[in-house]
Ligand binder design. Structure first.
Ligand code: 5AD
Length: 355
């Protein structure tokens, strides 16, 4: 047997295991084009088919404020970035945008912003309940770290899900990127959200300075441990006017591999193709949907605000007018023999409360 045959047998035997340990995950994340990556992608697609079927769920995003009280070294919204024009959408603008998402047939509205306590507990409760009273949709919040009391109130107002990425499961890197924040607090927030009955999403940034393949394996494993309902693995893209502006962007192929390995390890979880991945790699949606992803999150933030939500540059390159975008997403999904989900696309877990 040639050495390459031994190697391919090793790939096959790992992919046939019921339980993948950290070494297996690292091995798979290091596969390259000549070596076994096709088998990895094929297995991930089979598992996606088994647990998610052919539905691709669309979640419409509203970026309601780009003010942020945090100072994350990688993020263009960091408060230290004085050259970014800041905005907050009014309640009416948010409701109008929610209606546009609902009228486009989407069943999930994502309310996303920097960490902006200007939007009070009561303001957000009012926005959430107004949307829920008028529209039959799920609401996902993505507003960063807030108090347990706020999380509880918003859940009561009708919020269904919360997206709070852990960003990195390496506590040393976490403290380096975020300085004033600690990984333990982030995990505490995620556990609070779970105990309040939110469907919870977490995830990381791939390709940040000093990150290793081992760190990415830990990011996948922490999502497993937290039994998350959704996991967002997204590439780092250097953003001007941040301390990391001159660093290299992530390798998009590593992101595709991470999505595939996550599908194999976590199985019954929603995995989005992120806007950042599409910004970095033109046919990212098609590619990611073929290797384990089952969610697309179109951005509905209206002009001019969408031009100011600059977490990283060129973010709006792929995001044209929402209507055109939705029809091109539908065309793509159908061309892959898949269909747009007609349900809310809630958690795939049978028993999601247990951690
Ligand atoms: N590139 C890609 N994604 C980023 N985020 C922040 N900065 C960047 C960047 N430079 C992501 C983080 C965070 C969300 C606000 O955006 O993962 O959770």
């Amino acid at each position: 047997m040639f050495i390459s045959d031994y190697f391919m047998n090793a790939v096959t035997s790992i992919l046939n295991k019921n339980y993948l340990n950290k070494d297996d995950i690292i091995f798979l994340l290091k596969l390259n084009e000549e070596k076994g990556i096709g088998k990895l992608f094929c297995k991930a697609d089979q598992i996606r088919q088994k647990y998610c079927g052919n539905d691709v769920h669309l979640r419409g995003i509203i970026e309601l404020s780009n003010y942020c009280e945090q100072d994350c070294l990688y993020c263009g919204l960091r408060r230290g970035n004085k050259s970014l024009k800041r905005y907050r959408m009014s309640k009416n603008e948010i409701l109008d945008t929610a209606r546009r998402i609902y009228d486009a047939g989407l069943k999930t509205i994502v309310l996303q912003s920097g960490e902006d306590s200007w939007f009070s507990k009561a303001d957000l409760s009012e926005i959430i309940s107004s949307i829920k009273n008028e529209m039959d949709v799920a609401i996902t919040l993505s507003l960063g770290e807030r108090t347990a009391d706020e999380y509880e109130e918003w859940r009561k107002a009708g919020a269904d899900r919360y997206l709070l990425k852990h960003e990195t499961a390496n506590p040393r890197l976490y403290s380096m990127y975020h300085q004033r924040q600690k990984l333990t607090d982030r995990i505490k927030n995620l556990l609070q959200l779970k105990s309040l009955g939110y469907q919870v999403g977490s995830g990381n940034l791939i390709g940040l300075p000093h990150q290793t393949t081992e760190d990415i394996a830990d990011d996948i494993l922490i999502c497993k441990e937290l039994n998350v309902d959704m996991a967002s693995f997204s590439p780092f893209i250097p953003s001007p006017n941040t301390p990391y502006e001159n660093k290299n962007a992530a390798d998009p192929h590593l992101v595709f591999k991470t999505i595939a390995v996550t599908r194999i390890v976590l199985k019954d979880v929603h995995l989005p193709v992120t806007t950042a991945l599409s910004t970095l790699y033109p046919s990212a949606r098609e590619k990611a949907l073929k290797v384990g992803a089952n969610v697309i999150m179109p951005n509905f933030t209206p002009e001019p605000y969408r031009n100011y939500y600059l977490i990283y540059p060129n973010k709006n390159r792929i995001e044209s007018v929402p209507d055109e975008m939705i029809s091109s997403v539908k065309k793509l999904v159908n061309s892959l023999g898949r269909n747009i989900g007609v349900t809310r696309g809630d958690s795939l877990k049978q028993n999601r409360i247990s951690v």
